[in-house]
Write a protein that binds this ligand. Structure first.
Ligand code: SF4
Length: 310
């Protein structure tokens, strides 16, 4: 199916079915171009909560489609591909997490939004990288905290909030793939560049950064900082929107350890979604995210607490 046909059909079906397409910054360019809204996890969660559409097509990974369904029980939530997982969400098994929680009773459980709905049901608070500091700071000083599933974000938060936490040892395969040596090499060639990094990156990468923040935070930093060159340490999909917003600036993706074709870090889970799969899911209204109501209601509680606080 050619791209022109797919774009036309998606626009027609979207209108006919009163659907909205929400796409994460890490989606491929074709999907970003056709989306009604592009954002990070927090922005998309809020958008999903406020939409008037009857159908939400979520171009992202599974935990994001789950979050959209948790917030919108009466809407149909579609997503292009069941294979769009996430190493963080997949690395935190509900049964194992239950035992982990039992080993640390009396702890407030804060989970990063990149986790399965079952994990959210075992959480007191959910956070995203954009609001994590605020969420941790909202917890009384005398309370002990479990943070899951991203240990890199957890270590960064421990430093920032000066709170010790019990960390689940999960990580994002994309943000752990950055090569410090290659990053330094690029920086030496571009000594006036500013380095912007996502806190899912390892601490040795974060130490080099002039700015650390969520995808939306990095976007704002690059737009507003006067530097002309930026090295961006997060999934490379963010560069598509950014380069349109600041065409006069040079944006260099932080290099990964592997010698892949783009020499940057791409999330293979995010990239399983294609324009064709998006078209087919809108046309056939499948795959659809369906959650048992008890699970949905329990998973909603910590998300609502997060939205109230952020
Ligand atoms: S970039 Fe990392 S955290 Fe985001 S979806 Fe991919 S694997 Fe998960």
């Amino acid at each position: 199916m050619n791209k022109t046909f797919l774009v036309q059909e998606i626009l027609r079906l979207k209108h006919e079915k009163n659907a909205v397409i929400l796409a994460h910054y890490y989606q491929n360019e074709d999907i970003q171009e056709i989306a009604d809204f592009i954002g990070d996890s927090l922005e998309l969660a809020k958008k999903a909560q406020n939409t008037d559409a009857d159908i939400i097509v979520f171009a992202g990974v599974l935990f994001m489609a789950e979050t959209a369904k948790i917030l919108n029980p009466d809407k149909k939530v579609l997503f292009p591909d069941w294979e769009a997982g996430c190493s963080l969400a997949d690395g935190c098994d509900p049964e194992d997490f239950k035992m982990f929680k039992q080993q640390h009773p009396d702890h407030v459980v804060v989970t990063y939004i990149n986790c399965a709905a079952e994990i959210k049901t075992m959480s007191d608070l959910v956070c995203t990288s954009a609001n994590a500091k605020k969420i941790i700071n909202s917890i009384p000083e005398d309370k002990k905290i479990i943070f899951a599933p991203d240990q890199n974000l957890g270590k960064y938060l421990e430093k920032e909030t000066k709170r010790e936490m019990v960390l689940w040892k999960g990580s994002c395969v994309v943000h752990e793939a950055f090569s410090l040596d290659k990053l330094i090499e690029i920086y030496k060639k571009n000594p006036t560049a500013k380095i912007a990094a996502h806190p899912e990156s390892e601490s040795h990468i974060l130490k080099t950064a002039h700015y650390i923040g969520s995808t939306s935070g990095i976007t704002n930093f690059v737009k507003t900082d006067p530097a002309a060159v930026f090295i961006v340490a997060t999934e490379a999909g963010i560069l598509h929107e950014l380069s349109k917003a600041v065409p006069e600036k040079t944006l260099i993706p932080a290099p990964s350890k592997e010698d892949n074709t783009c020499a940057c870090s791409e999330c293979s889970f995010m990239k399983v979604n294609t324009l064709e799969k998006l078209y087919l899911c809108l046309k056939n209204e499948t795959p659809e995210m369906v959650l048992p109501e008890t699970l949905r209601k329990e998973a909603l509680k910590p998300i609502e607490r997060m939205l109230e606080l952020s």
